[in-house]
Design a binder for this molecule. Structure first.
Ligand code: GLN
Length: 546
């Protein structure tokens, strides 16, 4: 354990979706604004080893880190709000913890002892927390789920023990809870919070700070009442008021004095927060001069959680163009050649995001064709790039049955295919995969370098010739078709440094048309919008003004 590292454990009560991830990210941001280095870790009580194999409908987006970990979407918030470099060790699940313990048991590492939740599982959890402690002044650990869940118990027990291990002055517990406003009674109700804290205390954790989600600021009287029942000081109850935009959260916390309170409790001396740039960014975001409509043509359209980073990256692209980005979610399963013009004509730009499986594929190809033919800015991300390549092969090369092997394993023209063997820049070895490979952890995952070609949209956006972007896919552009496709007008604007893997494709005589094999949305931040999103929004805005 690094000397003097401080720990903040964030738990949640009453119900899920209170925004614990955002709260943790915002606390991280506030501490950074005072010159401290932070890191944030998520402990998820579910049994999957990682969220990689989970359906986005159930779990939302899978966020990918530079080191190729498939993680909870809250890590996306952590990276967008702070400068913390996150990786595999920033997200542990029950599955991963048990997997490690069972592996040790099989190796005989417990020397014949009976392996139990306490101390073996809890020790493994504590060990995992220490893995991220090294380079940070403050480690923020968010516990997924809600107090009272069966699965959470080992994690809560581990963080309870952690205080004794790390020293009482180095650990605080922040509990996020709900204080609902009951219309018929015209008052806010504190009972759910009292119950949630009671539950927490029954397992030995006394929260130091309560963050109360409410519609409006809590009166001093209500705060005192909560404090009394929950055994905290009246100054330790904070209003986590609903806000219009998520980037306002740290500003609201700061106004309430949360940063000062945390520092006092952890006995940290730090400078006053520097929030001017962040405030300016929020101001810009809330009061843009222009407005642009973007169609997202995808499958998981009902659930914006599935495209969390994408939505944020588009918003960031808007910030750098002084524009509000209005998103129109188009369900590709309903898109046809007949209704495409009517459906997409209100949009200034078309984006086809990442995705898996064949459902809704033809609608996405139709959207790519519409954008190409009507000179509407097009941004294809991973699967969206595959759609562009298939569309161009079918309609410009007249390879009628061209397809990706993911959707038709027997297509005569597999322009997108399963690469069986390649030298991997991430793992530094020859990787192999085939149709029977495991679904979990067999994709090209994490950050890979990409070389850009001059005089392309990509180069104009990034303004540098080598970039690094994050991947999460199994299928690739098939180089066998490169010459034909280039002849038909496709521009290869980015490749792996050895030129073996096509990473970015474009079209020339078009205002802005780009497909990339990676997921740029994972690296966009509100204060530093991603170049491709900036340029896509810029081109769409130009189209809107026409
Ligand atoms: N399904 C495609 C593949 O596995 C694309 C994945 C994605 O869009 N992330 O290659």
């Amino acid at each position: 354990m690094a000397k003097n590292t401080k720990y903040i454990f964030v738990t949640g009560g009453v119900l899920s979706s209170l925004g614990k991830g955002l709260a943790s990210a915002a606390i991280g941001m506030l501490l950074e604004s005072r010159g401290l280095t932070v890191t944030i870790q998520k402990l998820d009580p579910y049994i999957n080893v990682d969220p990689g194999t989970m359906n986005p409908f159930q779990h939302g987006e899978v966020f990918v880190t530079d080191d190729g970990a498939e993680t909870d979407l809250d890590l996306g918030h952590y990276e967008r709000f702070t400068h913390a470099k996150l990786g595999k060790n920033n997200n542990f699940t029950t599955g991963k913890i048990y997997d490690q313990v069972i592996t040790k048991e099989r190796k005989g590492e417990y020397l014949g002892g009976t392996v139990q939740v306490i101390p073996h599982i809890t020790d493994e959890i504590k060990q995992s927390i220490r893995l991220v402690s090294d380079d940070a002044d403050v480690v923020i650990v968010e516990i997924g789920g809600t107090i009272g869940d069966i699965e959470s118990l080992p994690f809560l027990e581990a963080i309870r023990q952690f205080k004794a291990d790390a020293g009482a002055s180095n650990v605080i517990y922040i509990h996020l809870t709900l204080v609902p406003y009951i219309k018929t009674a015209c008052e806010v109700k504190t009972k759910p919070t009292q119950h949630s804290v009671k539950e927490l205390r029954s397992i030995g954790i006394q929260p130091d700070i309560l963050l109360c989600r409410t519609e409006s600021y809590l009166s001093q009287e209500i705060k005192s009442k909560i404090a009394l029942f929950c055994n905290v000081g009246a100054d330790d109850v904070f209003t986590a008021k609903d806000v219009d935009c998520i980037y306002e959260v740290p500003l609201v916390y700061n106004k309430e004095g949360l940063g000062d309170n945390i520092l006092k409790k952890l006995n940290i001396w730090a400078r006053a927060p520097r929030l001017d740039e962040w405030k300016e960014m929020v101001e810009k975001l809330k009061n843009p001069r222009f407005s642009v409509n973007i169609a997202i043509v995808g499958k998981y359209v009902d659930l914006t959680e599935s495209y969390k980073s994408l939505n944020e990256a588009l918003t960031h692209g808007g910030i750098s163009n002084d524009a509000r980005v209005n998103l129109q979610y188009v369900d590709s399963t309903t898109l046809t050649q007949e209704n495409v013009v009517q459906t997409l004509s209100k949009s200034d730009g078309v984006l086809v995001p990442g995705g898996f499986g064949s459902r809704g594929i033809e609608g996405k190809i139709i959207a790519a064709k519409y954008a190409r033919e009507n000179k509407v800015p097009y941004f294809g991300i991973c699967l969206g790039m595959h759609m562009a390549v298939i569309e161009i092969a079918r309609n410009l090369l007249n390879l009628e049955d061209a397809h990706g092997q993911e959707f038709d394993p027997y297509t005569p023209y597999p322009v997108i295919y399963l690469m069986k063997e390649w030298y991997d820049e991430q793992t530094h070895k020859i990787e192999k995969r085939d149709e029977d490979s495991d679904k979990g952890g067999t994709m090209r995952l994490g950050a890979y370098p990409c070389k850009l070609v001059p005089d392309t949209f990509a180069m104009a956006a990034y303004k540098q010739d080598e970039i690094s972007e994050r991947h999460r896919h199994r299928f690739e552009f098939n180089n066998e078709y490169i010459d034909q496709l280039v002849k038909a007008g496709l521009v290869i604007s980015g490749t792996s440094p050895d030129h073996e893997l096509v990473e970015i494709v474009e079209l020339k005589d078009h205002p802005w048309y780009l497909g990339c094999q990676f997921h740029p949305e994972f690296k966009s931040k509100p204060g530093n919008p991603h170049p491709l999103f900036r340029e896509f929004i810029k081109a769409s805005l130009k189209n809107a003004k026409k």
